[in-house]
Write a protein that binds this ligand. Structure first.
Ligand code: UDP
Length: 264
């Protein structure tokens, strides 16, 4: 791999190899959700809504597991792709990709919360893709964290939680290798040609939550992996900043004084 390419290489949309697509959040987009945002990440747009249910899953009751639970559902709206994608309900079952993605979202957001402190509740994270152009799972995770913050803030404000259950912020980004070049934040046109595709989920304190990486009819070296992780960290630093800016602008940090850990 040509190391200099990271600095000189330009992409179909004119971005540098280490440049994110523009990211913004339209918060409180779904007033009946406890917390919500529409994350717009280049041409990828995902609605993330958090709803609180005052019950825990049966397995928690059966096994006497204390605290609460967080679970996620992910779906692509039929018109989110260039060719209409039929709803899962019309096929009678959830497709494997959606199942894999929603479990990843659930694991990622659970890492942001001390489940014991949310009490006997389930937080439902619903992610609906309005427009897909690559990176829908990383957008869903990054947006869900913002929606989660509004939901937790509401529970704290209403006095339903005694202690702030939030741990460190969580975000995710994709990286990959296209034509031998390590690239940050692949759009669909790049993803379709990627030799290697890696989704990185991290906390703002630099700890990994999950790495989902695979060579698509290709292999990758340890050196390439290190390069991709480096790019992911560059992107994630910016994503954590955008999350915080957006939360501040929308009243998502008003209860900081009650022990919220802000990212370093
Ligand atoms: N895609 C699509 N239809 C599908 C699945 C994926 O058009 O049924 C497109 C969409 O743009 C998506 C991209 O392929 O964002 C990459 O999909 P992948 O499974 O890698 O997940 P993502 O990158 O969205 O997390």
């Amino acid at each position: 791999m040509n190391e200099n390419l990271t600095e000189s290489f330009t992409r179909g949309d004119g971005r540098r190899a280490d440049e994110l697509r523009p990211v913004r959040f339209q918060n409180h987009i779904a007033p009946h959700a406890t917390g919500s945002t529409l994350i717009e990440w280049g041409q990828t747009r995902v609605i993330c809504g958090v709803t609180v249910e005052d019950a825990v899953p049966r397995w928690m009751k059966d096994q006497n597991v204390p605290g609460g639970w967080i679970t996620a559902e992910y779906s692509m709206l039929p018109y989110s792709t260039l060719q209409r994608k039929p709803r899962d309900i019309s096929k009678g079952k959830l497709d494997g990709r959606s199942q894999e993605i929603q479990r990843l979202i659930g694991r990622s957001i659970r890492a942001a919360v001390d489940l014991q402190k949310i009490g006997p509740r389930t937080l439902w994270i619903d992610c609906d893709v309005l427009q897909a152009d690559g990176g829908t799972r990383t957008a869903a995770i990054t947006g869900s964290y913002v929606a989660l913050r509004f939901a937790i803030g509401k529970l704290l404000t209403e006095g339903k939680l005694a202690d702030n259950p939030l741990l460190n912020p969580v975000a995710a980004v994709s990286v990959g290798i296209v034509n031998g070049q390590a690239l940050l934040d692949l759009c669909y046109a790049e993803d379709a040609y990627a030799e290697v595709d890696l989704n990185v989920v991290m906390t703002s304190t630099g700890e990994f939550i999950e790495l989902q990486g695979s060579g698509e009819e290709a292999t990758f070296t340890e050196e390439q992996l290190a390069k991709m992780i480096g790019l992911a960290k560059t992107g994630l630093r910016q994503l954590f900043e955008r999350q915080q800016m957006s939360l501040k602008a929308s009243g998502g940090t008003e209860w900081v004084g009650r022990g919220l850990q802000t990212p370093g």
